[in-house]
Design a binder for this molecule. Structure first.
Ligand code: CA
Length: 260
């Protein structure tokens, strides 16, 4: 059995559903998903079984875990190309599973699959390091397409906390720090910095910032972006003698990837 080693890696006996099933050779031809293995963590067993059937029909090999604890153990084994994660789960919530995996530097792509009115906001899941989400009810075709998109991106490090040199921004706690020092930002300043820090080293046009951060492309003057860039510099750069927020004349702004 190819994945026999994983038997020894788990501390408690693994539920049969996700225990060392051999990789399946599935779907032939262009766009083949041969050997792509997905862990589905879902406590509603009928739904879990339906998701397995739906994804299997789309060419995925699917294993199931029915609570957060089993899901976390299985995901830690590292044999999965992606994880589909419910949020409201017995033992450990999906929210905590996601947070824990990322804290352990496990970058397996995670797609949250949850009811819109769940206890936890889906946005919180994304802030904790999930890659995408889909709300129930959903279509298997869409779920499969989203998973394929995640698989194309792969399991590269995607820390939940954004970093540029010694400048860090945590979208979940809304904390910004330079070195060891906390920096207080207003909501708008935070939003501008977050947008730039998600694109380190890239030139971002003022109009793009206006459109995404102010959500009001037509009604506001571009000067407002310049004003906020000034506010930000006085908080993240000037007190530290740095130059992270750079003006690219005639184009926009760039946040230095090394923190300036
Ligand atoms: Ca649930």
């Amino acid at each position: 059995m190819r994945r026999a080693a994983c038997v020894h890696a788990v501390s408690s006996p693994a539920p049969r559903e996700w225990r060392c099933r051999p990789r399946l050779a599935v779907r032939r031809g262009p766009g083949s998903l041969r050997g792509v293995r997905v862990l589905v963590v879902e406590d509603e067993r009928r739904l879990a079984a339906a998701v397995r059937r739906g994804l299997s029909a789309e060419g995925f090999a699917v294993d199931l875990a029915h609570n957060g604890e089993d899901g976390l153990h299985a995901a830690r084994e590292g044999g999965y190309d992606a994880v589909v994660l419910d949020l409201m789960l017995p033992k450990i919530s999906g929210y905590k599973v996601c947070q824990q995996l990322r804290a352990e530097q496990n970058w397996v792509p995670i797609l949250i699959l949850s009811a819109k009115d769940g206890e936890y906001d889906l946005a919180d899941g994304l802030d904790l390091g999930a890659d995408d989400y889909l709300t129930k009810p959903f279509s298997y075709v869409v779920l499969a397409a989203r998973l394929r998109a995640l698989l194309r991106r792969g399991a590269a490090p995607r820390p939940a906390q954004l970093q540029a040199g010694d400048l860090t921004l945590d979208p979940a706690t809304r904390q910004v720090r330079r070195g060891g020092a906390d920096i207080d930002l207003t909501a708008r300043e935070f939003a501008v910095l977050e947008y730039l820090m998600r694109r380190p080293g890239q030139v971002v046009a003022k109009t793009e910032l206006l459109e995404h951060v102010w959500d009001a492309y037509d009604s506001l003057d571009l000067n407002v972006v310049e004003v906020y860039a000034g506010y930000l510099r006085r908080k993240i750069d000037v007190p530290f003698g740095r130059n992270a927020l750079q003006t690219v004349r005639g184009a926009g702004y760039r946040l230095a990837a090394d923190g300036g």
